[in-house]
Design a protein around this ligand. Structure first.
Ligand code: GLY
Length: 446
């Protein structure tokens, strides 16, 4: 009887195991960590893959389905969910990467896309990144490091050029102050080192030479051995039109940018991206994930202003809207170290423009919980990625500074701008704010 029982169990269990293995290989669940427009667009694109079953978002927003209420810094909660639901995890924002989510998941045998804590230092410590650039002869501006406000101010008053003051740690895109005068530099130093506006993230600061040129974003996908370029893009970091006012996380972006032509793209790829990946390897660090170089172009030469170790937000939205290839396959290629076997990513021969709709007052304080109208309208030419929204009593209300990332394709940059702005007009709430010149600087270079 026992023998027959064992055979019966094998007949039931073995096929179901095989089914699980096949299912995992061909159809997996994805957990997108984050709640912004970038994460909505990553999930939207991954959901189009034939290999992806359900896309979960932690914690997601008012526009994403399958939200799980786990915050991005609850690494145990995220790992438990990913493990219980057989998820391939994709990390959107930098904070969990800097906390070591990838190291933790790797130790637990869970599949996760993104760099380790050590590799994430490229973004989590601006000082570490600058010193890395310097010792590896990767083009960047000159800089000094300070933890003392008096010495920092003395230095600023000795030098002749204008400076950029940067908090060492993560400050949600706000810890970089581009100064127009010595007075502004002194105020920025006090704000970080004395008033502690960014808390411990501003215990140490960098004072770097300000160079004025054209800024663009160059993002590549790496598996630690090679890096393949994503489409080029340009962000609009300042809050007001014509690049005035304080820095934000980004008020709009478009892709591709004519500012980075084929030759320049090759130069950035070789001299900055490939060199970064190989220099990291030489230092014993394998970088897997999106490597984002914030570039300043001056007299045709690219300088690294900063690194990010994840997709840009909002650059991600227009880039992914133009991506024809299956994003999931490439993210798996990064994790498995097999990118060299994959074909180049294919892109739609179109332009995409993303306009951020924000709440008035962002990037400082802004009202929340305004009711949003117009989302039920037809958006034929555009996709409305949600960011700071949430659903409450069957209504969508504002829940953050950047509320939507309205993204549209067009045959030309001009038509993509027109489609995207057309769509922004359909959405309204009491404190809606947007820049009116997104993409315009791209037109001047065509
Ligand atoms: N858009 C700039 C960033 O993602 O940091």
């Amino acid at each position: 009887l026992l023998k027959w029982l064992v055979i019966a169990i094998k007949l039931i269990v073995i096929p179901s195991n095989i089914y699980q293995i096949i299912k995992f290989q061909v159809l997996v669940n994805v957990l997108v960590v984050g709640s912004g427009g970038r994460e909505h667009s990553i999930g939207w694109k991954l959901g189009q893959s034939n290999n992806v079953n359900t896309v979960f978002y932690a914690p997601g927003n008012g526009g994403t389905l399958n939200n799980v209420q786990i915050s991005v810094d609850d690494l145990d909660g995220l790992a438990n969910f990913a493990s219980e639901n057989n998820c391939f995890t994709v990390v959107g924002p930098e904070a969990p990467l800097a906390m070591g989510i990838v190291d933790m998941f790797n130790e637990m045998g869970l599949k996760i896309f993104g760099p380790t804590k050590e590799a994430a230092q490229l973004e989590s410590s601006k000082i570490w990144a600058k010193q890395f650039l310097k010792r590896n002869n990767i083009s960047t501006t000159s800089f000094e490091v300070f933890d003392d406000a008096v010495k920092a101010k003395e230095y600023v008053n000795q030098i002749e050029y204008n400076v950029v003051v940067k908090a060492d740690g993560l400050a949600a895109g706000k810890g970089v102050i581009v100064c127009d005068s010595k007075d502004e530099a002194e105020k920025s130093i006090d704000m970080m080192l004395v008033d502690k506006k960014f808390g411990d993230a501003g215990n140490n600061i960098i004072i770097e030479e300000r160079i004025d040129g054209i800024e663009a974003s160059y993002i590549a996908l790496s598996d630690g051995k090679i890096a393949i370029p994503m489409a080029t893009s340009q962000d609009h970091k300042r809050i007001f039109d014509n690049d005035k006012g304080p820095n934000t996380g980004g008020m709009g972006a478009y892709s591709p940018t004519p500012i980075i032509d084929k030759d320049l793209s090759q130069k950035i790829q070789e001299k900055i991206i490939d060199k970064t990946i190989s220099s990291l390897r030489n230092e014993g660090i394998t970088f897997k994930g999106f490597l984002y170089a914030g570039i300043m172009l001056k007299d045709g030469e690219p300088y690294v202003l900063e690194y990010n170790v994840r997709m840009g937000d909002p650059e991600c939205q227009p880039i992914l809207m133009r991506m024809d290839s299956d994003l999931f396959q490439y993210l798996v290629g990064s994790v498995d170290g097999t990118l060299e076997k994959m074909p180049p990513i294919s892109w739609k021969n179109k332009s995409a423009v993303c306009i951020v709709l924000a709440s008035k007052g962002y990037p400082e304080s802004y009202p929340m919980e305004d009711e949003i109208f117009g989302l039920g309208k037809a958006f034929d030419d555009a996709y409305i990625f949600h960011a700071g929204t949430k659903e409450q009593d069957k209504k969508i209300i504002t829940n953050g500074g950047r509320v939507f990332a309205v993204t549209a394709l067009g045959d030309t940059l001009e038509s993509a701008i027109k489609h995207a702005y057309g769509a922004t007009e359909k959405i309204s709430w009491k404190n809606k704010y947007l820049r009116t010149d997104i993409g315009k600087k791209g037109l001047t270079y065509l």
